[in-house]
Design a protein around this ligand. Structure first.
Ligand code: NQM
Length: 357
């Protein structure tokens, strides 16, 4: 017998995923993961027997529930369903799928909509950090249409501005998990940083590439992929992430000087496929490295003297820009605190129904 499970499908930012109420899924993680693998059609590179799109960016799940935390509306657990392996990982967060959580929570009646807009306060279970997403709700209905554009998504939609408050060291325990601005791994200088997402920042030139190559070109470069993965496996434990062989973190971000007027140019392995853009929290981590003197990113761009207060960091990626607004408090040298990071996403409800497993 097939089992029908209530589900919504959203595009959240530049990703797409299945959104479930926690109460509609098995509570026990192993049983839940089996359901999600079946729903997505993993393991299979095409995910032909499920809802997944054959790419990590379209094989994502949000599990949402009412929150028991003070001043929080909902808990959001992000799960990455690995495309070609029978693995489901909760080792990372996802700021793109986060963009659909507010609208989903309102549609499912977990949050009462206000007339105009509704601020949804979200506890991100994977990291324990908090985000506030503002959802347009004229007449107390979620509005999906609008003029907001984000790079990597055709057309426009209603804006979903998101504020992050306490994301430094979210997964690794510290903004600079190794305690250093720069580490030397396999003869390459790297900056390990976690301002919402564990990221290893690498200078593209150290790998003999320009940093402007397309994701397809980078994925076809077996030698590059092997070198990047060797560094990831070696540095993972030093970032307090343990053995990262089966984890989707840290993300590996190859940086190079900006080519389109931004602050830095990026190509990000997430960690094996190359992102068509850049992750939300991944870009916050990279933007933070850009304002910290001594990091691989700062030394490369040199263009971002940090000053206390608000600054806008434009991160270039394969399909455009990601703009991160940061409120920085600067101490001595690299002693920087990011009090707040804000950014714009959009989200759209694509389907509401039941998924059959
Ligand atoms: O960094 C892809 C995405 C992401 C993650 C990834 C993300 C984030 O674009 O917050 O959004 O890096 O695996 O959905």
């Amino acid at each position: 017998m097939q089992q029908a499970i209530p589900c919504m499908v959203y595009r959240g930012g530049t990703s797409k995923g299945l959104y479930f109420l926690a109460s509609d899924l098995p509570q026990e993680p192993e049983a839940r993961n089996q359901v999600l693998l079946a729903a997505m059609g993993s393991p299979d590179t095409r995910q032909i027997d499920g809802m997944g799109g054959g790419h990590p960016l379209t094989s994502k799940v949000a599990v949402v529930s009412p929150s028991a935390h003070d001043d929080i509306d909902v808990d959001y657990l992000f799960l990455q369903v690995v495309v070609d392996k029978a693995e489901v990982s909760d080792a990372q967060n996802c700021g793109n799928i986060l963009a659909g959580v507010g609208p989903f929570a309102i549609e499912r009646g977990l949050v009462a909509a206000q007339d105009g807009h509704t601020d949804v306060r979200i506890h991100m279970v994977n990291t324990g950090a908090k985000a506030v997403a503002r959802v347009e709700t004229p007449g107390k209905q979620v509005n999906y249409q609008g003029e907001a554009k984000i790079d990597g998504v055709p057309g426009s939609a209603a804006p979903v501005p998101i504020d992050f408050l306490d994301i430094a060291g979210s997964s690794c325990g510290a903004l600079l998990p190794t305690g250093n601005l720069v580490d030397e791994i396999n003869g390459v200088s790297v900056t390990c940083i976690d301002n919402g997402m564990p990221v290893v920042v690498l200078d593209a030139a150290d790998f003999g590439i320009e940093g402007t190559e397309s994701p397809e070109q980078l994925e076809a470069n077996a030698e590059l992929k092997q070198k990047v993965e060797a560094i990831r496996l070696a540095i993972g434990p030093r970032m307090n992430l343990g053995d990262v062989e089966k984890k989707t973190v840290p993300k590996m971000c190859l940086v190079s000087p900006p080519v389109n007027g931004g602050v830095i140019n990026t190509r990000t392995f997430i960690p094996h496929r190359v992102h068509e853009a850049i992750g939300v929290l991944g870009s916050v981590s990279v933007a933070t490295a850009c304002v910290m003197p001594g990091t691989v990113a700062y030394d490369l761009t040199g263009a971002t003297d940090a000053a206390s207060g608000a600054s806008l960091i434009e991160v270039e990626h394969p399909t455009g820009f990601f703009s991160v607004e940061m409120d920085i408090a600067q101490g001595d040298g690299a002693d920087i605190t990011v009090n707040r990071a804000a950014l714009l996403r959009t989200a759209r409800l694509l389907m509401c129904g039941e998924v059959f497993v």
